[in-house]
Design a protein around this ligand. Structure first.
Ligand code: KIV
Ligand code: NA
Length: 265
């Protein structure tokens, strides 16, 4: 099996081949996704929401991210595994950022790391890259800054914020990032950034003109119930299917229909 690396992703962009990326947090799902040919598995700090039930991504810790990454890494043969540096583990200063980054690479076995932000975290980005660790940027709607934004609405609709986003994307490329994620921005801006940058640009709610797409697995599979932004396409309605299967199991147990003769010793 040919493993996906930052070099492979760059070749994909150069050839116009789109990059597929999906979040994963545990061994069993990561194995299915890797087997099914997902190029990049993101151990997102969205684990705070979908795995732990927190309102925002802020509470998740470096230890939690290490645990999730270890589980995903054990299942992965082909995909590149990228892990989010959690809130508070890299914004303070670049030394702390490197310490957090090294733990995720060393203890968890991540292949690359993702950090939210542009110019304001560029020292951390550079220091981590200087240590030989591939870094993916993340601009647009950056959920770790939700209390600054005040809402999860589309970012960079205004000229000033769009201009700043392009500058930050160029700064991240200049700093040596191997890819950038753009979250919830106008498709025209996504196209502009994907054209301006040589490195791959992966979108979530950033339109069709970027170099690849990423979704949170629980959203893509229809497990999350009330989350229905415009950008989301649900490929299954797993909430309903799992709910029905569970109700059938409960009913069979209550009605003494499970187990049957063949299902006992
Ligand atoms: O944590 C996450 O799931 C992410 C993606 C939405 C890009 O950062
Ligand atoms: Na994230």
């Amino acid at each position: 099996i040919k493993k996906i690396t930052s070099k492979v992703l760059q070749n994909m962009k150069d050839k116009g081949e789109k990059i597929s990326m999906l979040t994963a947090y545990d061994f069993s799902m990561a194995r299915i996704f890797d087997d099914a040919g997902v190029d990049v598995l993101l151990v997102g700090d969205s684990a705070a929401n979908v795995m732990a039930g927190y309102e925002t991504t802020l509470p998740i810790t470096l230890e939690h991210m290490i645990y999730h990454t270890q589980s995903v890494i054990r299942a992965t043969k082909r995909a590149m595994v990228v892990t989010d540096l959690p809130f508070g583990s890299y914004q303070g200063n670049s030394r702390e950022a490197l310490t957090s980054a090294v733990r995720l690479m060393k203890e968890a076995g991540a292949h690359a790391l993702k950090l939210e932000g542009g110019q304001e975290i560029i020292d951390s980005v550079k220091r981590i890259i200087d240590a030989g660790i591939p870094v993916m940027g993340h601009l647009g709607l950056t959920p770790q800054s939700i209390y600054k934004f005040g809402s999860y609405t589309v970012r960079a609709k205004e000229e000033a914020e769009a201009t700043l986003l392009v500058q930050n994307a160029l700064a991240l490329e200049e700093a040596g990032c191997f890819a950038v994620v753009l979250e919830k921005i106008p498709a025209t801006l996504g196209k502009k950034v994907a054209t301006a940058l040589h490195i791959p640009v992966i979108g979530i709610g950033a339109g069709k003109y970027v170099d690849g797409q990423v979704l949170v697995m629980h959203d893509m599979l229809g497990i999350s119930k009330d989350f229905a932004p415009r950008f989301l396409r649900r490929y299954l309605d797993l909430y309903v299917q799992i709910s029905n299967a569970t109700a059938a199991y409960v009913s069979d147990v209550k009605g003494s229909r499970f187990p049957n003769e063949q299902e006992q010793y």
